[in-house]
Each structure stands twice: as structure tokens, then as C-alpha cells.
Write a protein that binds this ligand. Sequence first.
Ligand SMILES: Nc1ncnc2c1ncn2[C@@H]1O[C@H](COP(=O)(O)OP(=O)(O)O)[C@@H](O)[C@H]1O
Ligand SMILES: [Mg+2]
Length: 418
Amino acid sequence: MPRLPWFHRRRDGAGGILERAPFLSVLEPELRQRVRKRLTRRKVESGKSLYRQGEAADALYLIESGRFRLFVSERPGQERVLQFLGSGEIIGEAAFIAETAYVTSAIAIEDAFVLRLARADFDNLLGKNDAILRYLAGVISERQALANARLAAESQPEESRASRGFVTAVYSPRGGSGVTTIALNLAIALAQRHPDDVALLDLDVLFGHALGSLWLEPRGVLAQASPVTLRTLDRPGLDIYLIPHSSSLRIFPAATKPEEGQTITAEQVHAIVTVLRRHFGYVVLDLPHTFSEIALSGLELADRVLVIATPESTSLRDVLETRRILTEVLSLPTARLAYVLNRPHPYASLGVSEFAAATAAPWTEIGHGGDAPATAALRGESLVDTRRNNAVVRGVIALAEQITTEAREHAALSGRSA
Ligand SMILES: Nc1ncnc2c1ncn2[C@@H]1O[C@H](COP(=O)(O)OP(=O)(O)O)[C@@H](O)[C@H]1O
Ligand SMILES: [Mg+2]
């Protein structure tokens, strides 16, 4: 089945979606050219709909830029969000192929451009093309599985909603690598993409940076809650602890002071992660820089571990040692680890290629963001909101896209096996 490789292709220049979209790339060049000639561009402003539930599907759309929220409304004012789609992805395909009315509505969440292929043109050019029909069938079944998984998760009783949320742990064996900076800004970037569906668990208990960075005051902390209390928290109970940030991110604080943080047990971490992933689609863990009980239990619970390094040879050695401990001692699957080279300082000794070669794994790079990350923290501002062009912001947005894709696949998979 064709996959949707949009996240690692989105930023490769303005070369155009027409070269990169899988929808077109499955076609022979000559046919692709003919299809391109029939596409018409349409702008959809942020907040406006591309189509609405109940309307007839008379065209197929390819998203050129921008993002759409797909949802079903059961009653006016009440919507269930099914999916977000962006650049390079097709939209409205299920109703188009089935020749039925749309069962979802699609609203632009940022200014968007779509390329429209009318039904008559589709029938003429593609109606008998096996490659495109297979591609569309693949997309339809993948999205159907995803929607089913989401609806099934939502309709389950609260206690059995075991693992809806996708847990991303951010870890480095060395302090000052940018773990808190990346965890916090990644969580904010995710929250902008998935409103009200993201929580950050601030386990960097020695300094409690995530909270300190945003100048938020905790009302209750992990260190003071028993595992039994934590496990039985319903949403209103959880909300007492959660600190809301303007991006819609919720932050669960671990401790009010370092000595309190050191009393946290694996059982408490386990209990709170279980509760958070029941209520949030995305959970980010800001882990301490040790192989303490807290860090190890966070690492074990994560669906994705981001190992953060800085461009020095000592850091590379730390990464190799970390990988050995995580895979051989903790028995985490190697595939669960992903690597990020962060540049807290302007000078650089090693490049990303040296890290990639030494680990035989792909690396994501986050550039040096100047003073902005530190000053934003001091002022209690969030970098993602105020500095869209900062290297750290660009880096975490790319990570948020990758995590989003992984979480979708994860949900589709657990939906299938359930
Ligand atoms: N890519 C970057 N560019 C600029 N400054 C950074 C970057 N990453 C981290 N920093 C700064 O480095 C310092 C340490 O980062 P922090 O996130 O607290 O590290 P850790 O949680 O790993 O100890 C902070 O002052 C932070 O603002
Ligand atoms: Mg930290």
C-alpha cells in the first residue's frame, strides 16, 4: 500500500507539490503531464470550508499548501475531528470514488491552496488507470482504519482507553543539551497542530524548567500524589494538576522543588503516563539527565524516544553508550530510538553526517537559535509563538510533523489489532 511520505518531503524547496505528491508520482510522466493540465487551483482561506458533510463530491482535491481539519458533526456545534491533512495529500477521495455525498466536512485551519480535478477529467484520464486506483484504494483504507481507531478509542469506557496517546520521551545523558527546550517547544508545536490534545509531563525534576520557562504556578504536583490517586484520576481530577498554556498545551508538573522531585517513584511515573495517554493524543516527557528510576520508567513507557546530542565527540560517545543501555539493558527496540543533533552553542565541531555514520541511523538536526531560546525562557514566553523563523522553532516543527505521522500510524495499527 502506498504510504504518504509528506513529512520528510515538505520542505524540499519550492519545486512544487506537483513533483512530490504521491498522487501524481504513481503516474507515467506523459499521463501525469495531461493530468496536471486539467488541475485548477483554488484558494481556501483559513476557517473556510473546502466541502461540507452532505454535499455531493464532484471533484478530487490535492492539497498544495496549508492544512485542513476533517470532522463529522453529529449535532450543530458538536464536531468530532477525524484527521488533519496537509501539503501533498489528497482530500475528499472516499466520497469521490464512492460517488456519494461527503460524510465529513473539511475546513482550512490555515490559508490553503488546493488543486482540483473535476470528475469528468478524472474519468477520462484516470478512470481505468490501475496505479492510481490502487493508490486511492490504499489511501482510503488507511484513512478508514485511522478514523475507526479514533472513534473506537473515544467510545470505549474511560478505564479501558488504555493507550490512545502517543508518548514521546526526550532524553539526553548530558545536562544542557537542550532536552527541556526541545520537549517544551515540541509539545507547543504539537498543541498548535492538535488543539487540546497534547500534554507535557515535566519530569526534569531537578530544575522544573518547563514550568519555570513559562512562569506557570502549579496547583498540585506528581511528587505529592500517590499512584492510587493518580490511576483513578478522571478528567476533572486531572485538570486540577494540569497547567494550561496559551497554545492549549497542558503541563503536568512533577515537583515544586528538587528535593521533592527525588522522591518520585517509577510507579508514580507509570501511573501518570497511563492516565495522560488515556486523555491526550500526544504526551511529551521532559526527562532528567540520569539513568534514574524516573528516567528509566519514562524511557520504557515511550512509543518514541528522542535522544538529544550536541556536536562534540564526548556527546557522540554518550549517545552510543545510551543506545547500548537502552537496547541491551532495557531491551527497548532499536527502532524506537530517534536521534536529534541540537546546537545550543554557535560553534560546531562535528557535523550531522559524522553522527549518522557512527550510529548508522538517520539524524534530525536543530540549528543554533541564538539567544532567543534562553531569553524566551527568562521572559516566560514560548518560542514557537513568538519566533517562527528561529532555528529551534523550525526544528521542533519538523519533529512535530514526524511525530504526528508516527502517531497516526500507531493509532491505525492499534485500531487494526484491537
Ligand atoms: N538550539 C539551541 N539554540 C540556542 N540555545 C539553545 C538551543 N538548545 C538549547 N539552548 C539553550 O541551552 C540551555 C540549556 O538548554 P536546556 O533545554 O535547559 O537543556 P537540558 O534540559 O538538556 O538541560 C538553555 O539556556 C537553552 O535556552
Ligand atoms: Mg532540562
